[in-house]
Design a protein around this ligand. Structure first.
Ligand code: NAD
Ligand code: AKB
Length: 314
């Protein structure tokens, strides 16, 4: 039986991943943890306040609860990472390093996400292949590349079962994103519903790889459930679903909210977006463990609007 610890559970992915894993394994077998003192959506199962860089406290919980699997989601993302590169390096690297060491010691199964941010301006921008030039230009991307190399090293050297995907920008309605460059693609839904107006911090033709959260959660669970021999890549799998620009998503939302007005005021995040791919080739994930996305732009837009209107009481 799996006993799971999720670290960074109060974030955009953590809330939905915790809920999905609790459905599969039972509420009592999925421990949510975060630096924050709790989250209202996580009240139906065990929760512990835990700093992901605190190796002693993490080991104590793993031993006390008999944890078998860890999902390490605590991190600083791209935009906040550029504001505080030192904290980004310290948090993202020290949390991963301590979990990998603990994983070896306790024979744990580990999930740790990388990102499209691992790619940089010298990477082929369209249909970016699995194995390609990787020269990230943000501190966040540097931590993801170093993290991928560490995961591969711990698997090869110690046989640690650590698995990873390079998530694109994720779009969700249950929990809000925290400090990323792709966050505009969530903000635009809130503003379209509340104010029928949105000023985007990226320019209108900035194409980026994106994915609806349900697809991301399913990919995570499918990768973790895949037979070991199918997980041939121990750095991180490219993962792809949708590629669109701010203008395209605004036009899709306008099909439901015709009054939406969009304007553009690119800020410091434009440079980050310009260094990332526009679209991703995920054929290796598809052939190794059967990955396939289900949400395109129209389907995602409809689901986002329906659910957010209910959530916002509008
Ligand atoms: P998020 O910012 O929404 O959540 C991160 C959580 O970590 C927050 O709840 C925060 O309180 C917590 N945290 C911060 N410092 C901590 C610490 N020291 N100890 C414990 N918890 C701490 O991030 P997210 O979007 O849920 O991302 C989760 C992971 O997925 C990250 O590794 C991120 O790089 C990766 N990722 C996310 C996206 C995306 O679009 N959301 C895309 C690519 C990769
Ligand atoms: C960000 O914009 O920083 C994240 C990511 C793509 O890693 N959403």
């Amino acid at each position: 039986m799996s006993k799971i610890l999720i670290m960074g559970a109060c974030g955009q992915i953590g809330v939905e991943l915790t809920l999905a894993l609790r459905k599969i394994h039972g509420n009592d077998n999925v421990f949510a943890s975060d630096l924050r003192d709790n989250h209202p959506m996580l009240a139906d199962g065990p929760y512990v306040q835990l700093d992901a860089t605190d190796a002693v406290a993490t080991r104590a919980i793993v031993e006390k609860e008999g944890i078998t699997d860890i999902y390490l989601l605590a991190a600083l993302l791209s935009a906040t990472g550029e504001k505080n590169p030192k904290l980004c390096w310290d948090l993202n690297m020290s949390s991963l390093r301590q979990i990998l060491d603990l994983g070896v010691d306790k024979n744990l199964k580990i999930f740790w996400p990388s990102s499209i941010a691992v790619f940089g301006p010298t990477t082929p921008r369209d249909n970016t292949p699995q194995a390609t030039v990787i020269e990230p230009s943000t501190m966040y991307g540097i931590t993801k590349y170093a993290g991928e190399m560490l995961c591969q090293y711990y698997n090869a050297k110690f046989g640690l079962d650590v698995r990873s995907v390079r998530y694109p920008g994720l779009i969700s309605w249950k929990s809000e994103p925290g400090g990323g460059t792709t966050d505009y693609a969530v903000e635009i839904f809130y503003e379209a519903i509340k104010n029928k107006k949105y000023t985007c911090f990226l320019s209108e033709n900035t194409y980026l790889p994106m994915m609806y959260m349900d697809d991301a959660i399913r990919a995570t669970i499918e990768l973790m459930q895949a037979p070991t021999e199918n997980v041939k890549n121990r750095m991180s799998y490219n993962l792809s679903a949708i590629s669109f620009s701010p203008k395209e998503i605004a036009n899709e939302i306008k099909k439901h909210i015709p009054e939406l007005e969009i304007s553009y005021a690119p800020d410091h995040r434009q440079g980050i977006a310009d260094s990332w791919p526009a679209s991703i080739d995920d054929s290796v994930a598809r052939s190794d463990w059967g990955w396939k996305p289900e949400f395109d732009l129209p389907k995602m837009t409809e689901v986002m609007l329906v659910n957010l209107k209910v959530k916002l009481g509008l």
